[in-house]
Ligand binder design. Structure first.
Ligand code: FUB
Length: 324
């Protein structure tokens, strides 16, 4: 049986859970961490993932089921390796799996695959979505049925190299007092298979309306975007990377700007932290990961979940990962 704050599955290592409610059940789209004894580096070479397994739960206290391999890199013509954090969406009576991976030139791109079932198997498009780059796609299908894809990650996720919207292999991040590099957002086409515009940079503002700076590592965007709506507002949440927090900002439109609000979850065991937020049967849940199952090995992670609550003003109540 699934239990809050415990690994959802223990037979494989999983990370980066994107949770959705499809067909009245919870479906979780995680990365599948591979077991190996290689060293870590800041480029993320230790994250050698090759495939996706979709998890599902009939309810929050039901068993978590591994529905088997849904997509393998050997079946994706444009991919050379490192299938990282995916997301999924439903539209046009079709399930879409969005995933980042390195192309044949070693550049991270975002691809899409389709299925008539939420758990797959998924059939990939021949090529990545033209105009996409970097990692960690998250898709919002808004109430008006328009869909948006959010993405981007610093360091190994290569976002620094796309500041001019073309790949500059030796580009570095901005000075500490300059505005931080923002994640990107682009509208998806009606068929959900391409983006319809050049990705726009998302601005995250502080309480005085000024862009958060690159040196403000407690609050600046690093990777792992997620978008959800609560009481008509757009909640953009993400990982701060080097300070290992999950934080959020709120805005009035899907493309922002967003104003920084606070921390959702304090650091977990392991370097990375990555999440999603979903409403299920009238309650809200945070899906996240840590490296507790491997005693802290960064590339051997496990996905978990816990209830998330808002206060009367719509602020997300701050959580400590190892306290109820
Ligand atoms: O799982 C590989 C990478 O680690 C993800 O893309 C990041 O968000 C981080 O969790």
């Amino acid at each position: 049986m699934a239990k809050q704050n415990e690994p959802l599955v223990t037979h494989i290592y999983t990370a980066d859970p994107s949770a959705h409610v499809f067909e009245g059940k919870l479906y979780i789209y995680p990365s599948h961490d591979l077991e190996h004894d290689g060293e870590d580096n800041d480029n993320g070479d230790q994250y050698k993932m090759e495939d996706y397994h979709i998890l599902s739960m009939d309810d929050v206290d039901a068993p978590c089921v591994d529905n088997g391999e849904a997509l393998h890199m050997n079946n994706v013509p444009w991919v050379s390796g490192q299938m990282w954090a995916p997301d999924a969406a439903f539209k046009n009576d079709t399930y879409y799996l969005y995933f980042p991976a390195r192309d044949k030139d070693g550049i991270f791109r975002i691809g899409v695959a389709t299925s008539n079932r939420p758990e797959g198997p998924f059939t990939p498009q021949e090529n990545y979505m033209l105009g996409t780059f970097s990692i960690d796609p998250a898709v919002l299908v808004d109430d008006d049925n328009e869909a948006y894809i959010y993405f981007g990650g610093l360091w190994g996720g290569q976002l620094e190299k796309w500041q001019t919207n073309s790949f500059t292999s030796d580009a570095e991040g901005p000075a500490a007092d300059a505005p931080a590099i923002g994640p990107r957002v682009a509208k998806l086409s009606a068929d959900m298979l391409s983006i319809t515009e050049i990705p726009q940079e998302i601005v995250i503002l502080d309480e005085d309306g000024k862009p958060i700076t690159a040196g403000d590592e407690d609050r600046r965007y690093f990777e792992g975007p997620w978008m959800h709506k609560y009481n008509g507002k757009y909640y953009f949440s993400y990982s701060t990377g080097t300070t290992h927090k999950l934080v959020y900002a709120v805005g009035d439109s899907p493309k922002g700007p967003f104003t920084y609000k606070g921390t959702i979850l304090d650091p977990v065991i392991g370097w990375t932290t990555h999440h999603s937020i979903v409403e299920f049967n009238g309650k809200w849940y945070l899906f996240y990961h840590d490296s507790s199952m491997s005693g802290g090995v960064n590339h051997k992670r496990c996905v978990k979940f816990r209830e998330l609550q808002y206060d009367a003003e719509g602020n997300i109540i701050h959580m400590m990962p190892y306290e109820d």
